[in-house]
Design a protein around this ligand. Structure first.
Ligand code: FES
Length: 327
């Protein structure tokens, strides 16, 4: 999935990669093929991995790798133009041409396939197809049992449509277009109502889709439903930010968290570093002990039994005026 990342300058160790091809593959979606200048193999990745790229206008953006993880000579990124975004995707699409060089991190994976699963249900919405496609390729190579559901507005907005309708995937991929009409959204309950032993669900797409899948799988075994977002999509209307404070139990320091700023970011601005990765409540890296106060949990990681005592500080907020954190 194309995504927002932090706008902090990239760290060292970036790979200089050449754009060997740039192709429009759906409405507002461009595919970039990146390779080493000298054609040497790239760092390996697994299905669901992403890289962070420095865009020409100086932003860092995370993009899922959408090619077959067995390919070591190139990374494929699909970038969707975000009309409401901060200009990272527009910079990639408008300013990067074939032959240009881009700086990219090596891949990392917060959305990997679970190797203990005996079957897999993959649900992609829109540009959320990108990590799902590399997962499909990995599952095909393994001869694994999987089914994929791909939800888009229309055929014109469906990236990788021809690949997904190829005979090798016959019976595995279900495509659904809602034509921009919510009343035509696909009913996922036939797939999600009953957990099945060994089945894992993976979902990437707009926050509304992920929220719906999250709600419909609350009764599934903990750890069997996985999400990837990267925070590009707006939170549901109901989730309005309110300011509050966090008290750090170990130091006694209190930090104000204004509306529109995450706890993680508020701490960062005070020079307090907490490990993080996805910053969209999907990877679990920023898990923090919650000692007091009532949280408004917005993540896709914690089970109900964990929400009393833990919080994902990259997305979740407070209902009470103050939270006390185990930091
Ligand atoms: S950084 Fe990934 S859940 Fe918070």
């Amino acid at each position: 999935m194309s995504s927002n990342s932090s706008d902090a300058p990239p760290q060292g160790g970036m790979l200089p990669l050449r754009v060997i091809a740039k192709t429009c593959i759906a409405t507002d979606v461009f595919l970039f093929e990146l390779a080493h200048r000298d054609g040497t193999p790239l760092p390996a990745f697994s299905g669901g991995a992403h890289v962070t790229v420095l865009t020409p206008n100086g932003l860092t953006r995370r993009y899922s790798l959408c090619n077959d993880p067995a390919q070591s000579d190139r990374y494929l990124l699909a970038v969707k133009r975000e009309h409401q975004g901060q200009g990272g995707s527009a910079s990639m699409i408008d300013q990067v041409q074939s032959g240009d060089e881009l700086l990219s991190t090596a891949p990392r994976n917060d959305f990997a396939l679970d190797h203990d699963a005996s079957s897999h249900l993959l649900i992609a919405g829109g540009i959320g197809i990108t990590p799902i496609l590399s997962m499909v390729r990995e599952l095909q190579a393994r001869g694994a049992d999987f089914q994929m559901i791909y939800l888009t507005r229309s055929a014109a907005f469906t990236a990788f449509r021809a690949q997904l309708q190829s005979p090798e995937l016959a019976g595995r991929v279900l495509l659904h277009h809602d034509e921009g009409d919510l009343s035509r959204a696909m009913d996922l309950s036939p797939w999600l109502a009953q957990p099945r032993e060994g089945l894992h669900v993976y979902c990437c797409g707009p926050r509304g889709l992920m929220h719906s899948v999250h709600e419909q799988t609350r009764h599934w075994p903990h750890g069997s439903v996985h999400f990837e977002d990267f925070g590009t999509s707006a939170p549901p209307e109901a989730l309005q930010d309110r300011p509050f404070t966090v008290k750090l139990a170990r130091s006694g320091v209190t930090v104000a968290v204004p509306a529109g700023i995450s706890i993680l970011e508020a701490l960062r601005r005070e020079g307090i570093a907490v490990p993080s990765s996805c910053e969209s409540g999907t990877c679990g890296t920023c898990r923090t002990g919650l000692l007091a106060g009532a949280a408004e949990h917005r993540d896709y990681v914690l089970g109900e039994d964990e929400q009393e005592s833990e919080i994902m500080i990259c997305v979740s907020r407070a209902v009470s005026p103050q939270l006390e954190l185990d930091l």
